[in-house]
Design a protein around this ligand. Structure first.
Ligand code: V47
Ligand code: SF4
Length: 399
């Protein structure tokens, strides 16, 4: 069937529906704005209103104010590498595209040689940090996980090992029937540097029971971090958003973290993680969170977590473009060079695997910020020479 041109494209004289009214400034945010600019703490109800509003500009203005109060115009990045020693996992989190069954066709367990080769590559490429997390293997003992830390530290003591989520610590304790605190002391003596923020997902049991039943619950997750902080250690925290949770679940999650941080002060950075729906059961009928939601989560985190020094816009998860804009919505960190990312790529991420230092610095400068290379504990790194790109290595044991 053919259409005359004017049937498809009505002439200018036809009244077209105008654009939707601009969301504009939301007057309900005024009391929150006053609180933020006078340094007062926001309440649960304030958090719900921040969730509800479409006024992205006021959100950004408030979050950017807090970000600049805490971190000026600096955006941090680091030179790091990831290591996921196995994807075999006894759990079946509904959002996970990374895990494999014990006898699954895609199951892998890295050998000692492969693990050490990764650490060697990280060192040769100037990394200051190795980020180590993986599955909870049905058959491997605690000693396998312990030896990963001990071996890497023995050969490459200059690498900071940020390893094992709270879920993994809980698993080690179940395997050994030993207190988590003892295991932490032992692994720290073997070379453990700090704890990553994974495994937090959504704390509220209404959601946690539907997306990751059985693994460490909210209390256990928080207890692991509490114990590590009491030993003087630093750690990170995350929240997996944009799936079946509601705004009040997210605000509840942030307030539980804020409460623990009031008590211990051991958290360094909070990383909101956008749900990636490909190749996992939870994502079957769900879209990816929108750009609007991604920016809102960064801003709301910055505003609610007034006692967290840093908010990270993890470029691998948000995409490079949103990570760039997020630096004006509350984020002061974009994570690092990364290089071997499996968890998000299994779930449909189209981010590159790796960014060079030059690329990270360019995307920070373009956002009007000052790039600062940090180590895992947020100390500035001074380099005598700029880093040279290197080639991936063969799996070879160090001499
Ligand atoms: O706990 C898993 C999340 C986390 C999906 O501490 C997913 O510096 C979205 O915690 N869609 C692990 N998210 C990654 C993590 C992390 C990453 C970067 C830096 C740090 C840090 C920590 O990834 C898991 C889970 O919440 N995740 N599957 C998915 N389909
Ligand atoms: Fe296992 Fe972690 Fe995946 Fe859950 S998110 S299934 S604990 S690898």
């Amino acid at each position: 069937m053919t259409h005359r041109r004017d049937e498809q494209f009505p002439s200018r004289s036809v009244a077209l529906p105008g654009p939707p009214p601009s969301p504009g400034r939301d007057p309900r945010l005024e009391p929150i704005r006053e609180k933020v600019f006078s340094g007062q703490r926001l309440s649960f109800e304030d958090g719900l209103l921040l969730e509800e509003t479409h006024d992205l500009l006021t959100l950004g203005e408030m979050a950017n104010y807090v970000r600049e109060q805490k971190n000026g115009s600096v955006t941090y990045y680091n030179v790091n590498m990831h290591l996921n020693p196995t994807n075999v996992c006894v759990y079946r989190c509904a959002f996970c595209s990374f895990r494999a069954d014990l006898k699954g066709a895609n199951a892998y367990v890295m050998t000692d040689e492969e693990i050490l080769a990764r650490a060697r590559e990280a060192t040769e490429r100037g990394a200051t940090e190795l980020h180590i997390v993986g599955g909870l293997h049905h058959l491997l003992p605690y000693e396998w996980y312990y030896n990963i830390i001990a071996n890497i530290h023995r050969y490459y003591p200059q690498l900071h090992l940020k390893a094992w989520t709270a879920v993994e610590w809980d698993w080690f304790s179940r395997l050994t029937k030993r207190p988590i605190r003892d295991l932490m002391i032992e692994m720290r003596a073997a070379g453990l540097g700090s704890l990553p923020g994974g495994g937090a997902e959504i704390f509220h049991p209404e959601i946690r029971s539907r997306i990751c039943d059985y693994k460490a619950d909210a209390q256990q997750w928080l207890d692991v971090h509490r114990q590590w902080h009491e030993l003087g250690g630093k750690s990170n925290a995350t929240m997996l958003y944009g799936h079946i949770e509601k705004p009040y679940h997210r605000i509840d999650h942030l307030l539980r973290l804020r409460e623990l941080q009031d008590q211990t002060g051991g958290f360094q950075t909070f990383i909101p993680l956008a749900f990636h729906p490909a190749n996992n059961p939870l994502g079957r009928n769900l879209p990816k969170p929108s750009g609007m939601m991604d920016l809102k989560m960064i801003a709301i985190a910055r505003l609610m977590l007034d006692n967290f020094p840093h908010i990270k816009a993890y470029w691998q998860m948000l995409g490079v473009k949103t990570a760039q804009v997020a630096q004006s919505w509350g984020a002061d960190d974009i994570d690092g060079t990364v290089v071997y990312e499996k968890i998000y790529h299994a779930a449909g991420s189209d981010s590159p695997q790796e960014l060079t230092v030059a690329e990270l610095e360019r995307l920070i400068r373009e956002a009007g910020r000052i790039p600062v290379e940090r180590d895992t504990l947020y100390r500035p790194v001074q380099r005598k020479q700029p880093l040279a790109p290197a080639q991936p290595q063969e799996a070879v044991l160090p001499a």
